[in-house]
Design a protein. Structure first.
Ligand SMILES: [Mg+2]
Length: 229
């Protein structure tokens, strides 16, 4: 059994599906807005550009996506977008905000198994209301001693959290789907990280790196990797 004090888990696309909802929303946005777009505009790329521009103002999550989508619809079409399309975009956002949590396969069993041996915490970023709602309705909250919702998953945020627990980063293992947000910042503090990729990754989560870390095909491989299977 590996000697960690804490196993920390990311939530979106690690414990439950998230990015597939955003991809579906983006596809629908392109369908809705393209008929009114100015000639030669790559609608999808323009939307991502607005999201990137707004990241420091709006942060992460569905509401940020929604505001950027409305802004992008107006700018891409130079104001020609009909209000019915804006209403459709709002509908996409509200559906996404109220959609039931869809757990990834075998997550409850794996958390129960890991929880028999380790203290577990959840560290996620994004919108406070939506993330809290997902945690509370996921049926998983009881596995975690602490749930942390941060604005940005940067080393200072992890450092603050681990410091609050009084646990050195070297005794923490972070499990997540994003190299940029879950893996590199924890490794920068001297912690261990396990990458479990999700089939889809948001453009703004892409990162170039030459670090080496454990990568598992599925969360079901985690207990064996920890030496508790
Ligand atoms: Mg994630």
């Amino acid at each position: 059994m590996k000697p960690f004090q804490i196993i920390a888990f990311d939530a979106d696309d690690t414990l439950w599906h998230s990015e597939d909802g955003f991809h579906a929303g983006e596809r629908r946005f392109v369908e809705l807005v393209s008929p009114y777009a100015a000639d030669g505009i790559d609608v999808k790329a323009a939307l991502t550009g607005v999201e990137r521009k707004n990241l420091s103002i709006l942060g992460y999550g569905v509401k940020a996506f929604g505001l950027s989508a409305v802004e992008a619809a107006l700018t891409i079409t130079e104001g020609r977008v009909p209000t019915s399309v804006i209403a459709d975009i709002l509908d996409i956002i509200y559906r996404q905000l109220t959609a039931p949590v869809r757990l990834l396969p075998h997550v409850p069993e794996v958390l129960a198994q890991v929880g028999d041996h380790y203290r577990m915490v959840l560290i996620t970023k994004g919108d406070l209301i939506h993330q809290t709602h997902k945690v509370e309705t996921s049926g998983l909250a009881h596995h975690f001693t602490d749930v942390e919702i941060v604005l940005e998953k940067e080393p200072s945020a992890y450092d603050r959290i681990f410091g609050k627990y009084g646990v050195p980063a070297s005794e923490v293992c972070m499990v997540g789907n994003s190299v940029r947000s879950d893996i590199l910042p924890v490794m920068a503090l001297g912690g261990t990280a396990v990458h479990i990729p999700y089939p889809l990754l948001w453009e703004l989560e892409h990162v170039d790196h030459d670090e080496h870390f454990a990568e598992l095909a599925s969360i079901t491989e985690l207990p064996a990797w920890l030496g508790i299977a």
